[in-house]
Each structure stands twice: as structure tokens, then as C-alpha cells.
Design a protein. Sequence first.
Length: 167
Amino acid sequence: MTAALITVLLILVGLPLLAWWIGGRSVWGRLKPGRGPNPWGGLARRHGLSPAEQARVGSAVTRGEALADERLRGAAVDLARESLAQLALLGRGGGSRAQRIVFLLAVLWFVALVVNVASALVIGGLSDIPWFGLVSIAVIVGAPLVQRRKLQRAIRLNSAPATDAGA
């Protein structure tokens, strides 16, 4: 019983003290990774955008809309092209290792879901179909397609002269 109490006391007191001691070491202060590239900040600096203009450009690109100001139109085209390049990079399997693993798992899940739906149709009809899985696959596949279409529309509308923006 005494050994158990001493063990619990060491854990309750010793672990916080150990964490405090390790946390105060200088090795943890050196772990400040460098800032990665900031494409949005570079775009805003290149085009001289204020925060309000950044919001207008971002929402116009996300919605696939045209802007009236030429400077904002150029920023919208740059942002949409950069976003399309990022989508293409992910689509070609050029993402990180974790992204490729998640993509592989999603493909395997999709194949298993299709097999499950096919067997449910053959055996029992529509009542056994996993509708939630089908809807989630539709969203997973459809969201990037819709996003890509809106980005291409933003490029097309903002590349044209300002008078043709409403067409």
C-alpha cells in the first residue's frame, strides 16, 4: 500500500515538475520553424490591396464573379490562377505524403462503397443502400469540380475588358 501511495505521489508531483523543467529548457526555444511562403500576402503586396479590397477579391474569386476595378481584376485573375495551380497540384498526386495517403484511403473507401451499393441493389433493393456514404462521396467529388469551374469563370470574366464583365 505504501509503495502505491509513493508511486501516485511521484506521478502527481513529479510529472508536472518534469514538464516544467523540460519546458524551461532552451532547446524548446530554438524550435521556431521559419515562416512558409505566403501566396496571399505576396499577391496583396504585388497589387497594393487594402484589407477591404482583399476581401472583395477573395469573395469574387470564390464566387466566380467579375470586378469593376482593373487593379482588382488583375489580382482576381492572379489569385484564381494560383488557386487552380494548387488544385492541379493536389489532383496530380503532388501533395504531401499524408495527402496522398488520405487520397488513397478515400479511393479505397469509395471502391468499397460502390461494391456495397452494388451488392445491396442485387440482394435487397434500395432499402440497404448507405445513402449517407453516397451523399458524402458526391460532396467529396463534386466540391473540387464546382470550385474549379468557379475559378475558371473568375479568370474568364476578369481577364476580359471591364465593359464585358457583366456578360
